[in-house]
Design a protein around this ligand. Structure first.
Ligand code: CTP
Length: 244
């Protein structure tokens, strides 16, 4: 349940059988590509581990009164729309085994909820999901594994229209206008160029059960190696890039 008020960080370092740095996974991809579904499926399959999901959307800057007046001119798909410093701080704390308070963002009024936060506890696996999570090199460098969800643009647009009209209080015309003016150009300029940083590229998102199974197997292996590294600190892990 949300914490009312409070500072941006709470809790104390994980106190179990010694320090263990969480495994950080980044999940990126265009709007409505199925990032959330992929994350949910990974979380379900890793039910025997402590896994937390952090959405980049939570770190959208709230609009000022002036920006709200011209909301149709605001580019929510530009990297500057996010408070990346705050996101960075949050992931750094989680990596150190501290719990954090993540802001709650409201897509209907483009504002942050000023008093409530979502408390995210320290965990074994941290999944960071969002259209631009690979954009900032500092955020990217904190990730142990990077996944890009690669879904066709027509499928994404169809999903986006349905989602924005049903869940985000928009009308079809405004969704199409925003898509043509901001979403598609920003995808080409900022999201797609970060695909090259991915370790794994998943076609068809959440429909791709084989890819999710392989990814979960890999995470399990790495979590095992995390334990091994505690016992044998000189064990090296070699990373490779592959496409499923
Ligand atoms: N956005 C918006 N209005 C806001 C804030 C963001 O329309 N006030 C839109 C941006 O245009 C951006 C999108 O929200 O393209 C980012 O969310 P998206 O990645 O589509 O949502 P997820 O649910 O994370 O996507 P997925 O379906 O891949 O899980």
């Amino acid at each position: 349940s949300p914490i009312i008020g409070g500072a941006s960080h709470v809790g104390s370092p994980l106190a179990d059988d010694g320090p263990r740095q969480p495994f950080v996974i980044g999940v990126s991809g265009g709007t409505a590509s199925g990032k959330t579904t992929v994350c949910d499926m990974i979380i379900q399959q890793l039910h025997d581990h402590r896994v937390v999901l952090v959405n980049q959307d939570s770190f959208y800057r709230g609009l000022t009164a002036e920006e709200s007046e011209y909301v149709h001119e605001y580019n929510f798909d530009h990297p500057d729309a996010f408070d990346t410093e705050q996101l960075l701080e949050c992931i750094e704390k989680l990596r150190c085994g501290l719990a954090v308070n993540v802001p709650i963002y409201d897509f209907t009024n483009h504002r942050r909820c000023s008093e409530s936060f979502r408390k995210v506890n320290a965990s074994d696996v941290i999944i960071l999901e969002g259209i631009l999570v690979f954009h900032d090199s500092r955020v990217r460098n904190m990730m142990d594994m990077k996944i890009f969800v690669d879904t066709d643009a027509d499928i994404r647009l169809a999903r986006r229209i349905r989602r924005d009209t049903v869940e985000r209080g928009r009308d079809v015309n405004s969704v199409l206008e925003q898509y043509a003016k901001f979403v598609k150009p920003a995808f080409d300029d900022f999201v797609l160029p970060t695909k090259k940083y991915a370790d794994v590229i998943i076609p068809r998102g959440g429909d791709n059960h084989v890819a999710i199974d392989l990814i979960v197997q890999h995470i399990r292996t790495k979590l095992g190696q995390h334990d091994l590294c505690k016992i044998y600190p000189n064990v090296y892990v070699i990373q490779s890039t592959f496409q499923i």
